[in-house]
Design a protein around this ligand. Structure first.
Ligand SMILES: [Zn+2]
Length: 61
């Protein structure tokens, strides 16, 4: 059996993913206080302050 070690990675050094509302400047990391809206078409991340859609993630299937 081969016991190959993975090459050196930068695990633990991943950038923190932050989202930014272009309307009001609200900033929070993904999974923060953003509002999530879902329906059959996908999901949206909505600003809790001004309700602007920050990210839309339509689902195509
Ligand atoms: Zn906003």
């Amino acid at each position: 059996m081969h016991d190959r070690k993975p090459s050196t990675t930068t695990a633990g050094d991943a950038p923190k993913l932050a989202l930014f509302c272009q309307e009001c400047g609200h900033t929070s990391k993904l999974g923060g206080d953003w509002l999530l809206r879902e329906d059959d078409g996908g999901y949206w991340i909505v600003c809790p302050d001004c309700e602007t859609t920050v990210v839309s993630q339509p689902v195509f299937e």
